[in-house]
Design a protein around this ligand. Structure first.
Ligand code: PGA
Length: 246
């Protein structure tokens, strides 16, 4: 199975900065033979930089998708993002349920489920994020929370189609506090067992939360860590590339 390196640029990178990143990144990976034989790269740019990313990724193996979508393709939904329009620009996937969407924008499990079903209806892949807050971890709610987010968020989603789940402990995002390999191992194993028991046939599980060049190799030793969802460290070509090569 190929390892996945997903860059979540959040509300960063102008179209020009996105172009600069990709020109430099492509230059670097073209020097590395068989780079994509063992890796997949996903880029999640901000909406206004989407077309720049689409143009620069055309004809390459770099995939990309929106950070957030609405559960309908078009209509009177001022301010929303269309997955169908992103698909038109070449997107094959969409990020759904990032903790910043859940917390800051109050997206519920039901809303996220509609988004996941919509993405599936467009023959696109969801990169579906789950994870507990510090308070939930401290009150031993980590697994129940993750399971409930999975069960509700993926209700009715096809077991036959590919799904990517990103486990991101909320307390590890952007804080520099990475989960220990033991914590990651416990949750990834539990998610793996859960998805398998639910009948999902084609799934990968990413870890996210302060992934850096310094900790990537260690995290990769953990069973069922199939790749990373990377925020801060994906903004810089050198650090993103180092993680890809970890
Ligand atoms: P971080 O963000 O790598 O900056 O912690 C990860 C994410 O939010 O996906």
């Amino acid at each position: 199975m190929k390892r996945i390196f997903a860059a979540n640029w959040k509300l960063n990178k102008t179209p020009e900065q996105a172009r600069e990143f990709l020109i430099q990144f492509k230059n670097e990976i073209f020097k590395i033979s068989h780079f994509f034989d063992t890796r997949e790269v996903f880029i999640f740019p901000q909406a206004y930089s989407f077309e720049a990313v689409s143009t620069l990724c055309a004809g390459t193996s770099i995939e990309f998708g929106p950070q957030n979508i609405y559960s309908q393709s078009s209509g009177a939904f001022t301010g929303e993002n269309s997955a169908a329009m992103a698909k038109d620009l070449g997107a094959k996937m969409a990020l759904i349920g990032h903790s910043e969407r859940r917390e800051i924008f109050k997206e519920s499990d039901q809303v996220l489920n509609q988004k996941a079903l919509h993405v599936e209806s467009l023959q696109m892949t969801s990169v579906f994020c789950i994870g507990e807050t510090l308070q939930q971890r401290e009150s031993h709610q980590t697994l129940p929370i993750c399971f409930s987010q999975l069960d509700q968020g993926l209700a009715g989603v096809s077991r036959e189609k590919r799904i990517v789940v990103a486990y991101e402990p909320v307390w590890a995002i952007g804080t520099g506090k990475v989960a220990t390999t033991q914590q990651v191992a416990e949750v990834h194993q539990a998610i793996y067992d859960k998805l398998e028991a639910r009948g999902f046939k084609d799934f990968q599980i990413l870890y996210g939360g302060s992934v850096k060049p310094e900790n990537a190799a260690e995290l990769f030793k953990v069973p069922h860590v199939d790749g990373f969802l990377i925020g801060g460290a994906s903004l810089d070509v050198a650090s993103f590339l180092k993680i890809c090569l970890a």
